[in-house]
Design a protein around this ligand. Structure first.
Ligand code: C2E
Ligand code: CA
Ligand code: CA
Length: 406
């Protein structure tokens, strides 16, 4: 017998693969062989309705509901079937984007409903109506909201309802402005301000983040050029742009970064890519290659929300990272909580040992800033220094900057 994958099953000629009326938790893809699909009518008559061969899928209804099998499937000859369990299917569907998920559920439900209503099935087991299932499904999930937000996002992007705000990063040792982080802002004409914490995960889910990141990167580079020119800090200020894991696996990611840098005429050394540990853990090989190329071109690579993710630090060696951004939760209670303070100190020491810069995020009070400066932290960002603001305001803010804030 050939070696079988865990999900492969063999059936001999005449074996019953699934039986009408029984409960089933799996569908099958026919890898080899033929099967016969038959129905038993209420009067006991058996009706062969179809034959299926390699590549066909059988028992797919079991993936969306717990209703009994609607037909009997028998192996016509020796068959090899690949099993898809309901659990596996749900996992894959949950991981897909919400539009795909909902469409899949609805199509399967309607298909099953059509079968139920057809003459052949009329007097068989009764199922809930497709409409009821759809309504129930939609009520249970926030799918509609997500689809609406995804659709509106693209429209808003082309209507200039989305823009970037820039939050200054301050050099703690001399109090000067080191650069900015570009943060996306969505002012919806009817819903008002939608926080990035809400819409970013949704557009990440639907894949629109790729378009959004391309737009944001170009916008941020153009803004950096203008800010440098209008404040007189030529080639000095830096711009950090956030990227998500999806961006790194998109086609042409590197080409777009390169082209944008050259077309907007900024220097690669003034551009920092902010990523999260998740990217390095989920797509290590691809991320490493891409990040190496960016780093070699002179860009900075920052790990965002450092300290909140994975416990293994080994990735710090494996990737060309040059900045760690300490998550704001540790800064928030650092001056009252000794363990947060110790953790911040350890990250700063880690940065010194690995020759990486440290940025403290969410500095809201002067005491936090002073303590971070004493501890040797390089840069800080937070409401104490400046909130994220429009390009116009940031130019004014930098032009009137006071180096004595810290
Ligand atoms: P993040 O990258 O960690 O950005 C820092 C967040 O902290 C920003 O929230 C910023 O406004 C906020 N912040 C800065 N200083 C302080 C402070 O002193 N106190 C407090 N309480 N908050 C402070 P924001 O703008 O709401 O962004 C939230 C998250 O959305 C960002 O977290 C980032 O993960 C994501 N995001 C924003 N813009 C983009 C983008 O263009 N692309 C991607 N992929 N993600 C983005
Ligand atoms: Ca960030
Ligand atoms: Ca952060």
């Amino acid at each position: 017998m050939q070696k079988m994958d865990k999900s492969q099953k063999t059936f001999r000629e005449g074996d019953i693969i699934m039986r009408q009326g029984e409960l089933g938790e799996s569908a099958y893809i026919i890898e080899e062989g033929f099967v016969e699909i038959s129905l038993e009518k209420p009067d006991g008559e058996r009706l062969v309705v179809a034959t299926r061969g390699t590549g066909a899928i059988i028992g797919e209804m079991s993936l969306i509901d717990s209703a009994p099998r609607t037909a009997t499937v028998t192996a016509k000859n020796d068959c090899v079937l690949l099993e898809i369990t309901k659990d596996d299917f749900s996992r894959r569907l949950d991981a897909s984007d919400p539009v795909l998920r909902m469409t899949m559920q609805v199509i399967l439900t309607r298909y099953r409903d059509t079968l139920v209503r057809s003459d052949i099935r009329q007097d068989m087991v009764s199922f809930p109506l497709a409409e009821d299932l759809e309504r129930e499904y939609l009520q249970e999930s926030d799918t509609i909201d997500k689809i609406r937000i995804s659709n509106e996002f693209l429209e808003s992007l082309s209507n200039d309802e989305i823009c970037l705000h820039y939050q200054p990063l301050v050099n703690l040792q001399d109090g000067t402005v080191y650069g900015f982080e570009a943060l996306m802002r969505w002012f919806h004409p009817e819903r008002g301000f939608i926080p990035p914490g809400i819409f970013i995960p949704i557009i990440e889910d639907s894949g629109l983040i790729i378009e959004a990141s391309k737009w944001a990167f170009r916008e941020a580079c153009n803004a950096l050029k203008r800010i440098q020119e209008q404040t007189g800090y030529h080639n000095e200020l830096n711009m950090s742009v956030n990227f998500s894991s999806t961006d790194f696996s998109s086609d042409g990611f590197l080409d777009n970064i390169y082209n944008t840098i050259s077309e907007t005429d900024v220097q690669a050394k003034n551009i920092h890519l902010e990523i999260t540990e998740r990217l390095l853990i989920n797509q290590p090989a691809q991320a490493k290659e891409t990040l190496n190329i960016c780093r070699e071109a002179g860009m900075g690579i920052s790990i965002d929300d450092f300290g909140t993710g994975y416990s293994s630090l080994s990735y710090l060696h494996a990737f060309p990272i040059n900045t760690l951004k300490i998550d704001q939760s540790f800064i928030r209670d650092m001056h009252i909580n000794e363990s947060s303070k110790a953790l911040v100190k350890s990250i700063i020491t880690l940065g010194e040992n690995l020759d990486m810069s440290i940025v403290a995020e969410g500095v809201e009070q002067i005491e936090e800033g002073k303590l971070l400066k004493e501890m040797g932290c390089n840069y800080a960002q937070g409401y104490y220094f400046a909130k994220p603001m429009s390009e116009k305001d940031v130019i004014e803010c930098v032009s009137n900057w006071n180096n004595d804030m810290i």
